[in-house]
Design a protein around this ligand. Sequence first.
Ligand SMILES: Nc1ncnc2c1ncn2[C@@H]1O[C@H](COP(=O)(O)OP(=O)(O)OP(=O)(O)O)[C@@H](O)[C@H]1O
Ligand SMILES: [Mg+2]
Length: 419
Amino acid sequence: MRRWLTLLVAATTSLVLIALLVPLALLVRTVAVSGAVSEAESEAESVAIVVGAVDTETLRLTAEQAEHPVTVFLPGGEVIGDPAPRSTAVELASRGRSVTAAAPGGREILVAVQGAPGGTAVVRVFLDDGRLTRGVPQVWAGLAALGLALVGLGVLVGDRLARAVIRPIRALAGVSHRLAAGDLSARTVPDGPPEVRAVGVALNHLAERITGLLAEERESAADLSHRLRTPLTGLRLEAESLADPEESARIEARVDALERAVTSVITEARRRVRERAECDAAAVTGARVAFWSVLAEDQSRHFTLDLAPGPLPVGVAADDLAACVDALLGNVFAHTPEGVPFSVRLEAAGGGALLTVADAGPGFATPDPSQRGESGAGSTGLGLDIARRTAESAGGSLSLGASPEGGASVVLFLPVVTS
Ligand SMILES: Nc1ncnc2c1ncn2[C@@H]1O[C@H](COP(=O)(O)OP(=O)(O)OP(=O)(O)O)[C@@H](O)[C@H]1O
Ligand SMILES: [Mg+2]
């Protein structure tokens, strides 16, 4: 844009200068020519006055002393002064008509002198091209230099102007990129021309609006989660009223766990900014597999756990990693028949941890089952997307594939905390 503006200014200035300087240059030339011609004419007149009044010798001396080459054609055919051919213009002048005519290498000024003894004499003053346009090349060079200087000045001013416009636009682009990267505190100081300032104000307004909408969304997510408390209370009362104290305690413990999960969902949803988190992947994975092992036993599923010795720090909050492991193991239990074995492996890899959950079930039926909201089993279709987003928020990744037994295999790469 800066180059375009500078080019535009250069083109406009050049056009204006051409429109002004070219006629001016032509005018200068015309004035110079007419000045030289009238000077030569007055010289011819001054010689013409003495023709017939003085003798031939004095006339020759007068002609020789003149500033320009002067020739006097006497009526008898005698030529005095600078030798010159008797051109048609001289013939015309000898009939009594003073003329100015083009001659090779310049112009001849011819003054007819009537009343000379023996007929009409002609005084010829020759003006060569150099005298005709004396001083014109210098004036033209001056005008060209002035033109170039003015174009240069225009370009300089245009460049300054362009920079003043571009600087705030670049700042706006920077703020937009920061907002796009999730930094909702990014704001711009409106600067530059009024239109660009208006865009800055609008961008700040947009950022405020996005922040507000996100806050509203978080609050409504918290409100929705809060609704789970009522059925939970009912469940707790049911559990307390169970006849078997052992069963009652077991179910109450599950209700407690569910309540803690709901509380953490509400707290998480209301948290304004996700601070940088870290946890020991080995400890979290081990704990979640231990939780699921009870259900695995109930469903007669054989499983293997291959945990790298901890601590294995990764850049994800413990709750988030636990939710990921739950989503992957939950899928095994939800989408493979009872009795199907599975394996969980956690190893250190590439500056982080690699978690692989594989099973010997039917495998993934669709090419991209991690599409959010799409479930092949009539559920909410969020589990794999939650795991993928958790990994990506920490700079990691999730990949889906097939296990050696032909079932599903999900690999989650979680890097360590970077800064
Ligand atoms: N271990 C698996 N074996 C076979 N298919 C699977 C397995 N895990 C996931 N899938 C398929 O991938 C789809 C998406 O899984 P995802 O966890 O994202 O959603 P969901 O389990 O259907 O719903 P939600 O997890 O929200 O309850 C599942 O519907 C299922 O078809
Ligand atoms: Mg699922």
